[in-house]
Structure formats: C-alpha cells, structure tokens
Design a protein around this ligand. Structure first.
Ligand code: MRU
Length: 339
C-alpha cells in the first residue's frame, strides 16, 4: 500500500508504522486525531511530503469525528484540529501546508456534510498529486545522473517519506527506470536511523545497489573518489537555505570541499517563499534518542544532550534544486520556481 491513505469503511487514516521498519511491516489505523498526532510526533509517519498528506488527512479525520451540527461549529473544530496537527512537528513546511490547503478548501462548503466530503476529497487530491509530483521530480532529476554514477544520500527521501515513489530516491528510481546503472551510498542518519533502516530497505526491495555507511564516514568515502553526486530531500526551502535532516549540512560542506555536486530534490510544497534561515524553528527532540541506541542505553543517565532534528544548508552549497517544475541552478531566484 501507499505510505499513508484513507480507509473508507471506517473513515480513518491508515499508515505504515515506520518506526518498526525493516523488522516489521505493520499498517496502523488512526481513528482519532490524537492517535494521528502521536504517529506524527513519534515518526511512525515521517518525511516532508508524507507529512503534507498526514496534515490533509488529519483535517478530514477531524471533520468526520466532529459532532457539530452547523457549519460554524465544525469550522471551529477543524481550526482546533489544524493547530494540534501543526504543533506536532514545526520544521517540515508540508505539514502546515497540507492542513491549510484542506482548511481553505472547506471554506467553500455550505453544510456539515459538505465540509466532510470537501475535506476528504482535498486530502485525497493531496495524496494523489504527491505521487504525480514525485514522478515529475524523478523525470527532471534523472537527467542529472549519469550511467554508472554513485549517489550519496542522507536520511530517507524515498517512497516512505512521501505517499509513494520518493523525491531524492525518486530521482534514483527514475534514472534506473531509464536504464542507467546507479549505486547508492546510504548514510545511517543517527539518531533515528532513517537511512540504515528505511533507505536501505526500500532500495534493496527495488534491487538498486546500496551500501550503508555511518554518517561520519561520508568525508572519507568522498575523499576516496567513491561519490559522484550527493542527492538529498528537504523539509523546508527558504530563500537562503535548505532545511533537511541533521547531518545534511555537513555533507554539503564535504561535497563542496571535494567538488561533488550537491543536489536537493523537493516539491514546490516544501518551499517557504517568505522564509529565511533565521526565521525557521528547528525541532528539538527527546534527549533519549541520543542516550539510547534502539532500546539500549549507551550514554550515561543524565548526560547533557543537544538533539536538533534538522539543520540548514546555505544555498551557496547547493548545485541544483530539482522540483516538479524542472531543475533550477544558482543563483536561485525563488520567483522563477513560482512561475
Ligand atoms: O525526521 P524525518 O524523518 O521526518 O526527516 C525527514 C527528512 O529529513 C527527509 O530528508 C525530508 O523530509 C525529505 S523527504 C522526501
């Protein structure tokens, strides 16, 4: 199934619990808004585009759960739900984008039933469009990859981070589909290991050659000439920076040092056209994620921890932005992307 979807029989949100991968592929059903918020917060569903769909489906879920009898009351309920959803993870712009898109769509509804059906249709459209968008990103980005290239990636910007196909891994998939031989080096992505758990699993399923390294090995593999391109996704793109999983900035600096192109693949919904690096709130996560490795505590109890989920890569380090509207090169004039 897709990473996240709507279950018609029970009017609920169903999603693959990514915290269990690759050991177990389990689909969970979120029947309440709090269970969906919990799933987002604990990264059962994660990745910017998938969060966009989660935001949209969250508003649809709230519409079906609302006991309101009139349009004013249901709108009030949806606004409260939107606030709750947005507060779960602040950095990936897609979550708020998905919520706001559905909230805007329901403004045109005339009654409670209309709000419900409009919200659901808009959320389903977001999910459907995400797949088509990723295919386009893949098609445009595949042109940047040469037959025989080895691509280093960080975190998981694959089908599990989206509704399907993926952004950065979608580019790899599209290049492979076009007949190119592409190898991937997947960085582990501490502390939650989206790279070692999810990216490797996805690529192995597709029989795309993948080699796992720790995050700190990236510089050395580049120095040895083992990397042709670095390709990552994004959680938010402001006028001056690309926000992505912590560790991405380090890879961009290393890529620059080794004269390796650093590419970012993301849909337009990830762009924060008004934002600047300094205006973005970076999500801080539980210290336990660092003190523990899986279920085992490695660091001393009570050790001071700094655990930002994302970092910002300055645009100077980015060789190209790959979107569904094409590939953009420096200087990045975001107005051009808007057209
Ligand atoms: O904390 P996560 O796992 O949600 O972070 C995800 C990432 O940083 C991805 O690289 C990003 O969302 C792009 S996904 C297509």
């Amino acid at each position: 199934m897709r990473t996240i979807d709507w279950k018609e029989e029970s009017n609920s949100v169903v999603l693959v619990d990514q915290t269990l991968l690759p050991k177990e592929y389990r689909v969970i059903e979120c029947k309440t808004l709090s269970s969906l918020c919990e799933a987002i917060q604990s990264l059962r569903v994660r990745g910017a585009p998938a969060l966009g769909a989660a935001g949209g489906f969250g508003i649809a879920l709230a519409a079906f759960l609302s006991s309101a009898k009139d349009i004013e009351s249901i709108m009030k309920d949806l606004k409260v739900a939107g606030k709750a959803l947005k507060s779960t993870r602040p950095t990936a712009v897609n979550l708020a984008w998905g919520v706001d898109r559905v909230l805007k769509a329901v403004n045109d509804a005339y009654d409670v039933g209309g709000v419900r059906s409009t919200a659901l249709q808009e959320a389903l459209d977001i999910a459907e469009e995400d797949v088509a968008t990723n295919k386009l990103i893949g098609k445009h980005g595949a042109k940047l990859l040469k037959d025989g290239d080895t691509v280093l990636t960080h975190c998981n910007a694959g089908r599990m981070a989206c509704v399907d196909w993926g952004t950065a891994l979608g580019v790899v998939r599209s290049a492979v589909e076009a007949g190119k031989e592409i190898k991937v080096i997947a960085c582990e992505t501490r502390p939650l290991n989206q790279g070692s758990r999810i990216t490797t699993w996805e690529l192995m399923q597709d029989k795309i050659p993948v080699t796992l390294i720790t995050d700190s090995m990236a510089g050395w593999v580049m120095r040895q000439g083992l990397v042709d391109k670095v390709l990552v996704g994004a959680d938010r793109i402001t006028q001056d920076a690309v926000f992505n999983k912590i560790g991405t900035y380090t890879h961009s600096v290393l890529a620059r040092e080794h004269e390796i192109p650093f590419y970012v693949a993301a849909p337009i919904s990830t762009f924060d056209f008004e934002g600047w690096e300094g205006s973005v709130k970076i999500e801080m996560r539980d210290p336990k994620e660092l003190r523990f490795f899986g279920t085992e505590q490695l660091a001393p109890e009570g050790v001071e921890v700094y655990n930002p989920a994302f970092d910002a890569t300055p645009m100077e380090n980015v060789a190209a932005l790959i979107t569904e509207r094409g590939v953009f090169y420096p200087p990045f004039l975001l107005d051009e992307v808007l057209v």
